[in-house]
Design a protein around this ligand. Structure first.
Ligand code: UDP
Length: 499
């Protein structure tokens, strides 16, 4: 750590969907300002970040990584469990509470930084789920800024629902949400099941309510979105939290945002910190043999999966739809996420048939999602609607078939369907009975010629343009809104420094 430079300390929540955008934000701030950036997590997550940084050939990273001691067993978690990967859904709440116990070690780290630098860090950027850092920042004489790795609409809905539990107060399944106009009605099935059951006294409420309230004491929130694509969601979020919101997204590798990246095969190497299910080259070769805009990519993100019966129906629907597909596939819900994949979870002979016909490619473990979405053969994404996946897909003009499974994914889907017009819902959650005919029907709507599918594609391409324009940095006399927002954020924490 240098003694003279300004220093920013960053603390993500311990899940890949948070670590990845935090690392990307760290690099962006570092490149823009030259400040020292320290990214803090638990030992195994730091190892994952180290791997990701060391395999990123595109740039030399100067981010400091610091580990806080963590013993998962002390929190009733399985051994060596420090993130949501392979953690059964019903145990995730233990990880949330465990993450909040990092406070003492984090305070020691800030003390050490002050001792070395001779002054407090310029700012702490913490996850919205780590609102407790506001007290730490205050005690050490620095500023706290929160970073939401979600989009504006999804974050606004999530925050308002946790704070107001409107399904409890109204006693209804359909309700309006404080902060949102009455016309924008929400349904209980948009919520994940722990939120549906929350009443303010359960373990989920006990974690989320104080963390969110504390995050509302920050100087402002950084948001991984783009001003021009979420005007409605941003308006709601800003009015609700009554704080500045800086839209600094998309936090994606620059190769994905080049003007004409639609798209030759390329290796982006973004998430190589995870064990690949198949070498990236193999996936790209498979895509190369398929016509332009013909392939459906299916992924439920870094931690979610579907029920055994849903997996069966999805496989049958895909096969009947006859379209080529790549499926990032994990054991179904109820089975060890790290365990071997069993062919009995799929229809008999499915794997052989799709292989023989070159119809489908199954990628176990980790798929090279960015490369797949950038490839010109990819036509649509079937997704759990995690925010990173949505931004990655829309940055390539790829429309989305939505199947939300947890967190704020139901609201993300609602937004891309109702506000953006770039998505269609397949189903919601793990409890539904999915019919293979419905899978086929929705695929035909999105990937079929004419009608709604083409309209969605047109809108997705429009959004791609807006996302790319926002990411332009001082080219041809133009600075995109996301770069401007980054500069505005830096001016807010460091008013004397002009970027
Ligand atoms: N991802 C990937 N390969 C996979 C699954 C996920 O590269 O097989 C990446 C994906 O590109 C995205 C992140 O993992 O950047 C998932 O984040 P998201 O917010 O979509 O969902 P979460 O995993 O947080 O539910």
């Amino acid at each position: 750590m240098t003694g003279l430079k300004e220093h920013i300390v960053m603390l993500p929540f311990t899940a890949h969907g948070h670590l990845i955008p935090f690392l990307a934000l760290a690099k962006k701030i570092q490149q823009r300002t030259g400040f020292t950036i320290t990214l803090v997590s638990t030992p195994l997550n730091v190892k994952y970040l180290e791997n990701t940084i060391s395999k990123d050939s595109s740039q030399e990273s100067k981010i400091n990584l610091e580990s806080l001691p963590f013993n998962s067993a002390e929190h009733g978690l399985p051994p060596n469990t420090e993130n949501t990967e392979a953690l059964p859904l019903d145990q995730i709440i233990k990880l949330f509470h465990a993450a909040a116990t990092l406070e003492d070690a984090f305070r020691r780290l800030i003390s050490n930084i002050i001792e070395k630098d001779g002054h407090p860090p310029l700012c702490i950027i913490s996850d919205v789920f780590a609102g407790w850092t506001n007290d730490v920042a205050k005690d050490f004489g620095t500023i706290n800024v929160s970073f939401t790795t979600g989009g504006a609409y999804g974050t606004a809905a999530y925050v308002s629902i946790w704070q107001n539990l409107p399904h409890r107060s109204s006693g209804k399944n359909e309700f309006s949400l404080p902060g949102f106009p009455d016309s924008c009605s929400f349904h209980i099935t948009h919520m994940h099941r722990y939120l549906q059951a929350a009443d303010g006294t359960d373990e989920w409420s006990k974690f989320f309510q104080p963390q969110i309230s504390n995050s509302m004491k920050s100087l402002g929130w950084l948001c991984n979105t783009v001003e021009e694509i979420e005007t409605f969601g941003l308006d709601v979020l800003r009015k609700y939290i009554k704080l500045p919101v800086w839209c600094i997204g998309p936090l994606l590798p620059s190769q994905m945002l080049q003007k004409d990246s639609s798209s030759e095969s390329k290796i982006i190497n973004q998430h190589s910190g995870r064990e690949p299910g198949l070498p990236t080259e193999k996936c790209l070769e498979w895509l190369d043999i398929h016509p332009e805009c013909s392939v459906l990519y299916i992924s439920f993100g870094s931690q979610n999966t579907v029920s055994p019966s849903q997996m069966m129906a999805l496989a049958m629907g895909l096969e009947n739809a006859g379209i080529p597909f790549i499926w990032a596939i994990r054991p179904p819900f109820g089975f060890d996420p790290r365990g071997e994949f069993r062919s009995e979870w799929l229809p008999e002979g499915f794997e052989e048939r799709i292989k023989q016909r070159n119809q489908g490619l199954l990628v176990h473990k980790w798929a090279p999602q960015l490369e797949i979405l950038c490839h010109k053969s990819t036509a649509a994404l079937l997704s759990h609607c995690g925010w990173n996946s949505i931004m990655e897909s829309l940055s390539q003009g790829v429309p989305i078939i939505g199947w939300p499974l947890a967190a704020e994914q139901g609201y993300n889907l609602k937004m891309i369907v109702e506000e953006m017009g770039v998505g269609v819902e397949l189903t919601r959650g793990l409890q539904t009975t999915l019919k293979k005919e419905e899978v086929e029907r929705v695929i035909n709507v999105v990937m079929g010629k004419g009608g709604k599918g083409e309209e969605m594609k047109r809108k997705a391409v429009e959004i791609r343009k807006l996302i790319r324009a926002a990411a332009i940095n001082e080219e041809e006399g133009h600075t995109g809104s996301s770069f401007q927002a980054l500069d505005d954020f830096i001016s807010a924490i460091y008013p004397t420094k002009s970027c």
